[in-house]
Design a protein around this ligand. Structure first.
Ligand code: FAD
Ligand code: SF4
Length: 511
């Protein structure tokens, strides 16, 4: 039967079994549509990264002999949404069967199901053949549990897939987790490497977006677009990571530095999330590199990385499918504060936030600890509305697709799920930021002060947060220590801190 197969922008999996065979009866459709530019305001580099990767993917498939229809955003017959475009094509090409791959986003999953229900032809859905796990695996694994402990899922994955375990399924290095060895400030012992950048000219797509008045934000150098946008380039990023960065990945995983925004991180999330490469090939290549270089690379570096990919990444996806759509409106702490304006222009004096926000605006990237312990930490301490926090994170990062963004943001970072993902809120005062970075030196604020003109806002906001949420947090055994410290504090000291915190809360735009 004449078949139409839909490929979404984050389904660029060259190894999918769909492509094993060339078939004149099958036409593939890939489309740039306004619908996807508008559900949230995106960073310009995110939009361009997706478009370039989609265009390259279409070109590669066409060169291999597949029949491809590609809608550019400015094509005349582009109706700018999936529904109309599909309807028109099915009619025009006399299509008898429609096929698609499981969308990873709830919104699109619903939409395409609905489109199928209204079609009069046969439809069929296929797996994306990308992840280690199915949508339901995490849900089944944690059936009946109140908290979803990532570590137990991760160990199960190691055993199930025989990764970094011996024949008796015991972990290499005699430990499942080397996290406590992986929390070093950058001390200069291992030299930093520049990230691998591609520097492509994307001026034509910038012009396209401007001509069509697409509403975007963030910065771009149109002649030096850095992202990998083909499988070939994604594989180069993977090789560069294995050769140059893996030897120090775990050690400095939580470190932050003014002078360097990627440190030893892989920068693979964009390539992975668009499925240009698979988690299995990433993990296999990392483990092979380690096995061939055990003298230079120790297990702690490799285990730390493997945990992120087979643990956190698969776990977050499973939580998403278990918890959506209710997850998207969770707000356990009832937070309502509006995000300050400098989230969009980077004009903030607090040094740590200045670097973390400007990294995000300049590169559509920030590494995990900047996202979690600087930006997310601040948003939670001010009681930011999780809807706004989600929209910002979903827009700003090139790797942001909802299944992995919302679970990290609303769940892990904002505690809006009340502790399903993290057993306590990820909040910290200046002490932590100073321990892990060099941001505090040269900052307008003093990391050691809790009140007074120069007091670091993180300090008063930190105590304010715990005081405000005492009823919900005091009973949490992992937080007991904080409340014991508060009980020992002088009443007048507490009042001064609270006043200081409230002063900052009323002046968020001028921090
Ligand atoms: P590396 O540090 O090199 O890690 C390797 C890979 O592990 C990543 O590419 C990623 O695929 C995976 N990984 C690491 N941590 C996580 C995690 N917590 N959850 C899922 N996968 C993980 N990641 C996204 O891909 N998209 C997002 O939109 C996103 N939003 C986030 C929002 C917040 C508030 C937080 C705290 C984290 C978010 N993350 C997100 C997770 C993580 O920060 C990024 O995956 C990582 O920074 C990407 O950079 P990298 O490829 O250099 O990662
Ligand atoms: Fe950030 Fe406070 Fe340190 Fe300044 S002093 S960099 S605001 S933690």
């Amino acid at each position: 039967a004449k078949t139409l197969r839909l490929i979404l922008g984050d389904q660029l999996n060259h190894h999918h079994s769909w492509f094993n065979k060339k078939d004149n009866e099958v036409t593939y459709i890939i489309m740039e549509v306004m619908q996807e530019q508008q559900y949230v305001k995106h960073h310009i580099q995110k939009i361009i990264g997706f478009f370039m990767a989609m265009r390259n993917f279409a070109e590669e498939l066409r060169n291999e002999g597949h029949q491809i229809i590609y809608f550019r955003l400015d094509d005349e017959d582009n109706q700018q949404n999936f529904k109309e475009n599909l309807k028109n094509l099915i009619e025009k090409l006399s299509i008898e069967k429609f096929e698609y791959q499981l969308p990873d986003e709830y919104r699109l999953d619903q939409q395409i199901k609905e489109i199928c229900e209204n079609l009069e032809i046969e439809t069929q859905v296929f797996d994306t053949e990308h992840f280690y796990t199915s949508r339901e695996d995490v849900k089944d694994f944690f059936k009946g549990k109140k908290q979803y402990l990532m570590e137990s899922f991760y160990r199960d994955m190691r055993k199930k897939h025989h990764l970094l375990v011996d024949n008796k399924l015991e972990p290499f290095g005699d430990k499942w987790n080397f996290d406590h060895e992986n929390r070093k400030k950058y001390d200069g012992k291992y030299p930093l490497k520049a990230p691998l950048l591609f520097k492509k000219d994307v001026s034509d797509i910038v012009k396209l977006l401007d001509d069509l008045k697409v509403d975007y934000f963030g910065n771009i150098k149109p002649k030096e677009f850095p992202y990998p946008t083909s499988r070939k380039e994604a594989l180069k990023v993977l090789k560069y990571f294995c050769d140059e960065l893996l030897p120090s990945f775990g050690r400095y995983e939580d470190a932050m530095l003014k002078e360097h925004h990627t440190l030893f991180h892989s920068c693979l999330s964009f390539s992975l999330n668009l499925k240009m490469i698979s988690p299995k090939e990433v993990v296999d290549q990392v483990i092979d590199t380690w096995q061939a270089n055990k003298k230079e690379i120790d297990i702690a570096q490799v285990e730390g990385f493997v945990r992120q990919v087979i643990g956190w990444r698969e776990y977050m996806r499973g939580i998403y499918w278990d918890q959506m759509p209710a997850f998207a409106s969770k707000n356990y702490l009832d937070n309502k504060t509006k995000l300050p304006s400098w989230f969009w222009d980077g004009k903030v004096k607090m040094n740590c936030l200045k670097y973390a926000i400007n990294n995000s605006l300049d590169h559509a990237y920030a590494h995990h600890i900047q996202r979690l312990m600087v930006i997310g930490n601040f948003a939670l301490l001010i009681g930011a509305n999780p809807n706004e926090v989600d929209a910002w994170y979903l827009g700003v990062y090139a790797d942001a697709v909802e299944w992995v963004q919302i679970t990290n943001t609303r769940g892990m970072s904002q505690f809006a799920d009340g502790g399903l993902i993290g057993s306590k809120p990820y909040v910290a005062s200046a002490n932590y930021i100073n321990k892990m970075s060099n941001y505090c030196s040269g900052c307008k604020y003093d990391k050691n002060l809790r009140h007074g003109d120069k007091a670091c806002p993180f300090n008063s906001l930190y105590w304010n947060f715990y005081i405000k949420h005492e009823d919900k947090l005091k009973k949490n055994a992992r937080i007991g220590m904080v409340y014991r410290l508060l009980e020992k504090m002088d009443k007048s000291e507490i009042d001064t801190i609270v006043n200081q915190g409230n002063h900052y809360l009323s002046n968020l735009n001028s921090l």
